[in-house]
Design a protein around this ligand. Sequence first.
Ligand SMILES: [Zn+2]
Length: 433
Amino acid sequence: MTRNHRRKKETRAFAAATGKTYLDAANSLNKLKAAEVPLATTLHDSLVAEFRAAGWPVIADQFPMGGRLWIYAGPATVNIGREVSAAVQRNLTGDEHPDDPNAFDLGSPLEIIVTAPRMYNYSDELQRVVGFEPREVSTNQPFTEIVTEINSLISEARHRDQSDIPERATCDICGDRYPSDGLFEARDMLDSRLEVCPCCIFDADIDLDPALLAYDLDFAATESVAAPAGWAAAQVLLGCLGGADLLGWLKQQWKERSPGWRVPEEWWADSLQTWIWLPPAAQRPIALADLGCGASLNAIIAAVGRSFPELQSTCRVSFMESVRDELVSDSYGDFDGDSGPAEYREMYRMAGVAFERLWPAAVAFTVAMATQVAERPRDHSPRARLQRPLFQAEHWDRSMSSGLNVCDVESVLEHCIPKVREALYPDRQPRRP
Ligand SMILES: [Zn+2]
């Protein structure tokens, strides 16, 4: 069914680009495939499948732009088209399909061009483009090797940018040094402006503005490959709290703040599609060894689940036990989760709901903060060394209705992050400050 669905989308895109009817477009594509002409469509779909198999979050755009087909894979943009002369390129209107014989010579070779970050961003500080300029990747290699090459380009660019960007800013809460783009704006309870790092954004002194935080996260994820790794965890937490309506809520919020603000990226619709940076292979747990320089949270959770099939259920049991113990100590001595006052049964039930919603955030915080510690060994604040931020969730619900008990948000994360870390990094538990 998935293949048929993809085939239909591909045919619709081809029909739209060539002006053919749907049936004619389907026949033309079938004939081209039977003639074994190298097709951009085939290369595009094969690469999408390869990226997904490698754990990358992928948006596959079937409709041509600039005469090319596009893939958005993690922080990279990949486009596939045909080598054409400058004169042909100039005469294109842009929506021609690269497999349309009326627009292109189908005998001309296909090419793959990659850029990262997604948005072209010239940095005055670096005196060069952030990440890397459009780069051609050879089509004359297996799809797995193409993804491996793109992974290496991104990994090298991240390392280069992180090394080259000076750390001229200081987190106003913990005092650790960061590049100025690595800190985000926040306000304290007296409405004074602060610049804070991923370890401090949930501090009790911050009057958190989730819509602004989401905007900064969106900006950093599309215009940099060097953002501190911990920010991805904040993005996931926003996603877990915002739930299914988050994308619509952000669209509305950002429009109200300023008509000039960007439109939220697709990852706000599904926090499992968040890109999480991973440390170099030598500094990561075996469970994540097969992934690239980063992966979708979905792929990371799956990899953790394969190595530790019982971890989530064990954490759930111990968390629910801790909730029950707390309720018992609150004078309901015989409370066992099923019997007792209705109010307490509801609190117990809500704690279970919070666990299910926030488990992805617990994994994201563990992995993303471990990456940040590996990439920033000079950080000295206790929070950085403990590899977890301090969660003060009571500020969230004023503007975002998560539907969760805010105490449960803190409790789930405080309970689960150390357990996930213990499983993934048994020999490298953070020392107490
Ligand atoms: Zn800080």
